[in-house]
Design a protein around this ligand. Sequence first.
Ligand code: NAP
Length: 273
Amino acid sequence: MNQLNPEIQNSRTGGKLNASVALVTGGSRGIGLGIAKELAKAGFNIAINGVRKPELVEPALEELRSCGVEAIYIRGDVSDRHDRQHLYEQVIAHFEKLNVLVNNAGIAPRVRMDILEATEEIYDEVLDTNLRGPYFLTQLFANQMVKQKKADPDFPCCIINVSSISATVASTNRGEYCLSKAGISMATKLWAARLGEFNIPAYEIQPGLVHTDMTAGVKEKYDRLLEEGICLLKRWGQPEDIGKVAAAMALGYLPYSTGQTVVVDGGMTLPRL
Ligand code: NAP
């Protein structure tokens, strides 16, 4: 049984600290905040993570708390082994458990370069943040989830990875980004395969074009392409679109499925003639 219903858990235990808990990496803005908000609306206590100073994240925390849940910020770079350990320890120290890990934090290459010229430095930065970070953060929390499941087989938990349509669509001016997203896509399958025996599902969300700081620099280009019909649904994706899909996964509304990918791209990658 993997169905999460934090609100029922809340009323049964009478305390927010006993509600289900979600950690959203990169939850301080953009898609991550969109996911955190939908989970908060569903009654999850939330830990968000990012690299900026805590005072800059206060408005996001206030917004989450206005849903009546507990929300904390844990600063840390997911590409850094010590920061990941700190993130893990802080979540467990504060909430004593984790139900849902959302690996969302990610970066685009600082400079888009043709793969005939791109540098190893940018490759390392993107792969460390988008693949090595979430892969080993999942390892930390997966071991914790296995412990929780052994203590209570009904303990609901899951892992959600935010990849991208770049996991399958080749962009030769940001090869490292595509590789990192293809890698996290396989990581989802690996974790699903390893954790299945404990009844812990792993899911992947592949967003298309989502209106965030990451895409601010290419907004005009894609406004035009949207007008020309690049997507079947003629609009930008919004963080809450991804948030609603993540909430469905976290709440157990994809029962008897694991290792699966949900593409949230307005039909952009649908093959057409
Ligand atoms: P964004 O607006 O640039 O936000 C990135 C978030 O990740 C911020 O919260 C940032 O924290 C955090 N972050 C960045 N590097 C980090 C690190 N090393 N350690 C911890 N946190 C870090 O990006 P977004 O558009 O919301 O993208 C979120 C995810 O969706 C990424 O994995 C991205 O690849 C994926 N995605 C985005 C799109 C899109 O169109 N936007 C499409 C497909 C996939 P700070 O606030 O502290 O900087």
